[in-house]
Ligand binder design. Structure first.
Ligand SMILES: [Zn+2]
Length: 641
């Protein structure tokens, strides 16, 4: 805050001394964005690097390495005009955030001596309280023009629209902004108003111009597409340093989404360099801009620095991280909820059929995003890494289910594209692939005996309280995870056909822990939302003719039982009717059921127990009738659970 006041004072001075002409002015901008609490180093998958990976020099980033990289760059640039900027989303993404709620991020960012930061949407994840605590601690200015804190807000007036910083005798104005939809994707609360990024940056730029400042950096957390389309076009903005979309810009990296910097035509007749530096402390952006003496960028060059194992972690920072990690072990032991029964998350079920853990995670994702208009959740069975037992659930257990630090992704998708995504998910069941789609807000039937790509028999989406066939032309609000949204597990249709996507919502483990806590004790369940068409089915024609003798002649006990097993696993009866034609009235467990045309043991088990895989229970209670020859009109006992 001291810097801010100095800045204002200095700003009024330049008005007095304005008019002097200077030669070209060079400014070096170092920048990061979307740190997402990667206090510890990350591996190639952006999750916490293990000791083993560290031993093999396979780790990137982490604040100890980032500190080394920043120090090295400052050293190399000593005597020059250098700014270190932070484009937001330092919160959320590791247990350091979950445990310390921003205090640790503030501590390390202070050590790195940032010159300015804009808040990101995730800085509001713990409402304004979390951000207020962070603002209490940071020793650098936080600038976000479109955040207006009300009189009763704990943020006070600590978030300014802009700051003026002097380097080498020149004043640079830095104007911040956060995503316009922050109120929907995070939780700023009633005391904080998020305004329009362009309007509020424009107003702040007007203020800076009034103060005679003509070198203006927009430090934004609105995403690369919007930086290109809108921010870089604001009159008198000279440079855009962005975040939010985790975009890697580079002139050398294969995975770059654009050149570093990306140049955009400003209506003022000059080019604006736009930069962003990936995410998760993996890169340090490094831009050199040359202003002419009218304050217009004449030249912009640079390339982000990949912070790989060549950078030795700063020892003091590493020691402090170790110290801070102690209480995190305690957090892993913290009980967040209870379950009434074990929750099955085994690979055998979750990669082949509806599973309890899939329902829990998909339900939790949908519950968290329904206010944003999402009605369907799809998550990959392979992303579920563990089952949990009945009783108290610790945060460590939730992390064992979801260890990847993945985030919730939301987007719009046409029904036909969703169908394509489900077909992808069903395409490698026999290999036990992780892509199997666990869902919420959706019901589907599949036939795994069909060739991959044509296994989906029917799909229904929940509309209000009813399920209706998925409309291929309709656009649905879909929630998933950032891994699948990036095309992971073959879900390329999520990457190419999704619109209005936001990939970096809250972490999955946080969403699931919160959901469990809100539904304690949580009772695991399956409800038949995913049905397999190739289930043991009533062979209605044959049965009708031989109903009378079925009991006597068709006993061949062992054979009957074996047929059932085979039909369930692989051998599909040609006349299997699928999930569509089931008996009208569900028979509760503990009752009797009169067989009607089209009945299958699978469907009866699903109706009675909410789980088709329990069909053998009914089969055994009735002397293992041939599953493909249930006698119409015969009575089946449906045993209690
Ligand atoms: Zn963001």
């Amino acid at each position: 805050m001291t810097i801010f006041r100095t800045g204002l004072l200095a700003a009024s001075l330049i008005v007095l001394s304005g008019g002097a002409a200077f030669a070209d002015y060079e400014l070096d901008i170092l920048h990061i964005n979307d740190l997402h609490s990667r206090i510890e180093a990350i591996n190639a998958f952006d999750s916490t690097c293990s000791a083993e990976e560290e031993g093999k020099n396979e780790c990137f980033g982490g604040v100890a390495r980032l500190k080394t990289a920043i120090d090295a760059e400052r050293q190399a640039l000593s005597g020059r005009n250098v700014l270190l900027l932070n484009a937001g989303d330092n919160f959320q993404g590791s247990l350091f955030y979950t445990t310390y709620k921003g205090a640790v991020e503030a501590e390390f960012l202070n050590l790195m001596k940032f010159d300015a930061m804009t808040v990101g949407n995730h800085e509001f994840d713990d409402s304004e309280d979390g951000l207020a605590t962070f603002l209490d601690k940071v020793e650098f200015p936080v600038v976000t023009a479109n955040v207006a804190a009300g009189a009763s807000s704990k943020l006070g007036d600590r978030i300014k629209p802009f700051v003026v910083i002097e380097r080498g005798g020149e004043k640079i104005g830095i104007v911040g902004a956060v995503a316009n939809d922050t109120a929907e994707i995070s939780s700023p609360g009633d005391n904080v108003l998020i305004g329009d990024d362009v309007a509020d940056i424009t107003a702040a730029v007007g203020e800076l111009k009034k103060q005679g400042i003509d070198k203006i950096v927009a430090l934004t957390h609105v995403g690369y597409p919007r930086d290109l389309a809108a921010i870089a076009k604001i009159p008198d903005v000279d440079v855009v340093v962005g975040g939010h979309t985790h975009t890697l810009l580079s002139n050398t990296a294969d995975k770059a989404e654009g050149p570093y910097p990306t140049l955009v035509d400003n209506p003022g007749g000059y080019k604006v360099p736009v930069v962003q530096a990936g995410a998760y402390s993996k890169y340090l952006g490094k831009l050199k801009v040359v202003f002419d003496d009218a304050g217009v960028v004449r030249q912009a060059t640079g390339e982000p620095v990949l912070i790989d194992s060549a950078f030795k972690p700063d020892e003091a920072v590493a020691a402090r991280i170790k110290e801070l990690a102690g209480p995190i072990e305690e957090l892993k032991n913290k009980i967040v909820a209870e379950t009434a029964a074990p929750v099955d998350g085994s690979r055998e079920t979750c990669r082949a059929a509806e599973c309890q853990m899939g329902n829990l995670v998909a339900d939790a994702i949908l519950d968290r995003t329904k206010d944003q208009g999402m009605t369907i959740a799809v998550t990959n069975g392979g992303g579920l890494r563990a089952s949990i037992d009945a009783g108290p659930v610790s945060m460590g257990e939730v992390l064992s289910i979801l260890p990847f630090q993945n985030t919730v992704a939301t987007f719009q998708l046409k029904g036909s594209d969703l169908t394509a995504a489900l077909e992808n998910g069903l395409g490698q069941i026999e290999e036990g692939a992780g892509r199997f789609p666990q869902v919420s807000g959706l019901k589907y039937t599949f036939d795994k005996t069909k060739p991959a790509g044509s296994r989906l028999v029917s799909v229904e989406a929940k509309e209000g309280d009813a399920f209706v066939p998925l409309d291929p032309e309709k656009t649905y609000g879909v929630a998933s995870n950032n891994y699948m949204r990036a095309g992971g597990d073959g879900y390329s249709v999520f990457a190419t056909a999704a619109t209005n996507a936001y990939d970096f919502g809250p972490n999955l483990e946080v969403v699931v822990a919160d959901y469990l806590a809100a539904h304690r004790p949580y009772t695991p369940y399956t409800d038949g939302r995913i049905a397999e068409a190739a289930a043991p089915a009533a062979e209605t024609q044959a049965t009708a003719e031989t109903a009378g003798e079925a009991a006597s002649t068709e006993t061949a006990p062992a054979a009957g039982a074996e047929t059932g097993t085979a039909a369930r696993s692989a051998e599909t009866p040609a006349d299997a009717t699928g999930g569509g034609e089931t008996a009208e009235a569900a028979t509760p467990a503990g009752g009797k059921h009169v067989v009607v045309r089209g009945d299958t043991l699978w469907d009866l088990a699903r109706e009675a127990y909410g789980d088709g895989t329990l069909w053998r229970r009914i089969s055994e209670a009735n002397g293992n009738p041939r599953p493909r020859a249930l006698a119409i009109g015969s009575e089946l006992e449906i045993p209690a659970r």
